[in-house]
Design a protein around this ligand. Structure first.
Ligand code: APR
Length: 263
């Protein structure tokens, strides 16, 4: 019954706004679902990337093993829309506004699209657990390159572009399956999850570890957990508020109420 659902949703949005107003150290944890309204596909929705490509083809081991695997990776990055130059949506702007209000401790994101920074979150408040798609790194000498330049070379037909300095393999700075997460980001995310008073998950299926441990650290440390996600997750039962609606529309309404309370 639409009416019941809407009034229930309005109630949930009011409750979330109240929690935000009362909280001082909010951690927002995002996954690909926060960027789908910006036009970037997620991974596990019905038309997500892993329904079109086999993740087994994109492990770190495969990537370093052959130039065919590297060609396949660059092809997937282009065709999948993962590299699309898009803009933040209302969910990203809402999270940036939380920082402006002095309520955001940090954003922990699994995304590599850089949209949190583009929406206005400061670099030192965004912890990218799965790296980024801005740079490529030489596996031989660690020299960094703009990833866009490497992809342009591939598009121009250069076969397996390597490091200009040492000839080594160039790898996007994103964390591939089989790779360890960046230590600093993982340590910061872990400790801040355990110190926040409100942990808001937006757009993640919470199935990839160790990133998916973060909400558990928060709950174990006594924080309130909120989950905004279209599909169910294994943490739903532990959540204080659970909203199944779209990230953008939900966060837009929540921030209207939070702003309204400040006046
Ligand atoms: N609003 C709310 N939820 C949404 C929206 C939206 N507009 N769009 C998608 N979702 C939900 C989906 O229902 C899904 O449960 O977001 C979730 C996205 O989950 P995944 O596609 O699994 O993405 P994510 O959790 O970020 O995946 C984690 O897996 O492949 C690796 O490294 C990759 O970082 C990624 C990691």
């Amino acid at each position: 019954m639409a009416m019941k659902e809407d009034s229930n949703l309005e109630l949930l949005i009011d409750q979330l706004a109240d929690l935000i107003i009362k909280s001082k150290r909010i951690v927002v944890f995002t996954g690909a679902g926060v960027s789908t309204e910006s036009g970037i596909p997620d991974f596990r929705s019905p038309d997500g990337i892993w329904t079109k490509y086999d993740p087994e083809d994109f492990t770190y081991q495969k990537f370093v093993s052959s130039k065919e695997a590297r060609k396949k990776m660059y092809g997937m990055l282009e065709e999948s829309g993962l590299m699309a130059d898009t803009n933040p949506n209302p969910a990203h702007y809402a999270i940036a506004e939380l920082e402006k209000m002095g309520k955001l401790d940090c954003v922990i994101t699994q995304n590599v699209d850089g949209l949190h920074q583009k929406a206005g979150n400061s670099e030192d408040k965004v912890f990218q657990l799965h790296g980024n798609m801005v740079r490529a790194i030489c596996l031989g000498c660690n020299k960094r390159y703009p990833l866009g330049d490497v992809i342009n070379k591939v598009k121009q037909g250069v076969d397996d572009p390597g490091c200009e300095k040492c000839g080594g393999i160039l790898k996007p700075d994103a964390v591939f399956f089989g790779e360890t997460l960046p230590h600093r980001e993982l340590n910061e995310a872990t400790s801040r999850s355990a110190k926040c008073d409100l942990f808001i998950v937006i757009g993640s299926s919470l199935v990839v570890y160790p990133a998916a441990y973060m909400p558990t650290y928060a709950v174990n440390a006594g924080a309130k957990l909120v989950i905004i996600n279209r599909e169910p997750t294994h943490m739903d039962r532990a959540s204080h508020i659970r909203i199944y609606e779209g990230a953008g529309e939900t966060m837009l309404k929540v921030m209207e109420r939070v702003r309204g309370s400040n006046t």
